[in-house]
Design a protein around this ligand. Structure first.
Ligand code: PMP
Length: 395
């Protein structure tokens, strides 16, 4: 039965991680996989999470099944975290999922169950897993123009021109903030234009927000999403607690469906539960327990917000330091885009040859396409990184 399965090349990001681990050099930099690190290179457990875990440990009454909707209280607090202040909060339903990956797949299944002929439009480029998840849900996937390779910023005109051609059979997957892999985010004017286009043409906006709080802060990062939900009746949302709560391995996220009426949202979630039943059934509870414990407690929420702000400010500081050092060394502005980008990543577009040289000659590991995990850098490494990049430039 299994003879015909060909050998597969593993995931290139994970392969790069292994190569990095096996590299005996002491002066090496892992700027590959998308995890936040502090200035000592550690991915810490947040203090608010540690405290919430203790509370949870002492109060959890049982490990019995939670049911298909997962943690009901988590569903409430996560919907509030994203939609408080909008009327969408009164016409939505949230489903606790195994990470945003689980949310993306569940919403893909929901689209397929309701409109099997729909095409899901993803940005070019997009998160590596957007296309496979939607295709595995049985959906057609196409790309809209997004990044201008020259400026490394969003080509908003080209993007809007393509979205204007779409219609009721189309779903447009948007990054809520901190675009992965590019770091280039949509301006608020463009979010407004997208909302208007969705109403005019009938496409369904689907906002994937996996880095809430890591761009400009928890409130600022919701401006795009709120622009959409305040004007468009039906919206899909996937969200992750992997990055902003540092709960990567706890697989904590949510799929939120915003509809015309609360009843429609509840009906949609019932279908989403049925779809979940056919795959992972129920999500793991621990991460959601931690998140709800934090968000239901004022002091813990304050601690969490403070820690998240520190993380975000560290990354913004690294971005500014990169730009200052590039300007000083090149007397040019060609790397200013690092400070215009938001969140953990910046897409440099470095060639394969350049990435190979950075790895071989300088022990600097960057994934194919040149996505740099800025959040994995240490302040002290900046001069070394920039010297290496400038030495390899032009390859
Ligand atoms: N969406 C985007 C844009 C992502 O970058 C990621 C992962 N980093 C996810 C979804 C999936 O997140 P999770 O780890 O919560 O499954």
């Amino acid at each position: 039965m299994f003879q015909a399965i060909p050998a597969k090349k593993g995931d290139s990001i994970l392969a790069l991680m292994t190569e990095y681990k096996n590299d005996p050099r002491t002066e090496k930099m892992d700027l590959g996989i998308g995890v936040y690190r502090d200035d000592t290179g550690n991915t810490p457990i947040m203090q608010a999470v540690l405290e919430a875990q203790t509370l949870l440990h002492n109060s959890e009454p049982t490990k019995a099944y939670q049911g298909l909707i997962g943690d009901a209280e988590f569903n409430e607090v996560i919907a509030k975290l994203l939609l408080q202040g909008t009327d969408a909060l009164n016409r939505c339903a949230a489903l606790h999922t195994p990470g945003a990956s689980g949310a993306l797949r569940n919403l893909g299944d929901l689209i397929y169950a309701t409109k099997p002929d729909a095409t899901v439009w993803i940005s070019n480029p997009s998160y590596v897993n957007h296309r496979p998840i939607m295709e595995k849900a049985g959906l057609k996937v196409a790309e809209y123009p997004y990044l201008n390779p020259e400026t490394k910023l969003v080509d908003e005109q080209a993007m809007l021109a393509k979205l204007a051609e779409l219609g009721e059979n189309d779903v447009v997957l948007l990054h809520g903030c901190c675009h992965n892999p590019s770091g280039a985010d949509i301006s608020i004017d463009t979010w407004q234009s997208i909302a208007e286009l969705a109403n005019k043409t009938g496409f369904l906006p689907f906002v994937d927000i996996a880095y809430h709080g890591l761009g400009d802060g928890l409130v600022e990062d919701l401006k795009g999403l709120h622009t959409i939900v305040n004007q468009v009746e039906e919206v899909l949302i996937s969200t992750s607690c992997s990055k902003n709560f540092g709960l990567y391995r706890e697989r904590t996220g949510a799929a939120i469906v915003v509809t015309n009426t609360q009843q429609q949202a509840i009906n949609s979630r019932a279908l989403m539960c049925e779809l979940a039943r056919g795959s992972y059934s129920m999500p793991p509870s621990h991460g959601a327990g931690v998140v709800k414990t934090i968000l239901n407690d004022e002091a813990l929420t304050a601690t969490w917000k403070q820690e998240l702000t520190q993380m975000t400010q560290r990354v913004q500081g690294l971005r500014n330091a990169l730009v200052a050092e590039f300007q000083a060394k090149t007397q040019s502005n060609r790397y200013d885009y690092f400070a215009q980008h938001k969140g953990m990543f910046s897409l440099t577009g470095f060639s394969d040859a350049m990435l190979e040289k950075l790895k071989q000659d300088y022990g600097i590991y960057i994934v194919q396409g040149g996505r740099i995990n800025v959040a994995g850098l240490k302040q002290a490494e900046i001069p070394q990184l920039i010297s290496a990049i400038l030495a390899c430039e032009g390859l």
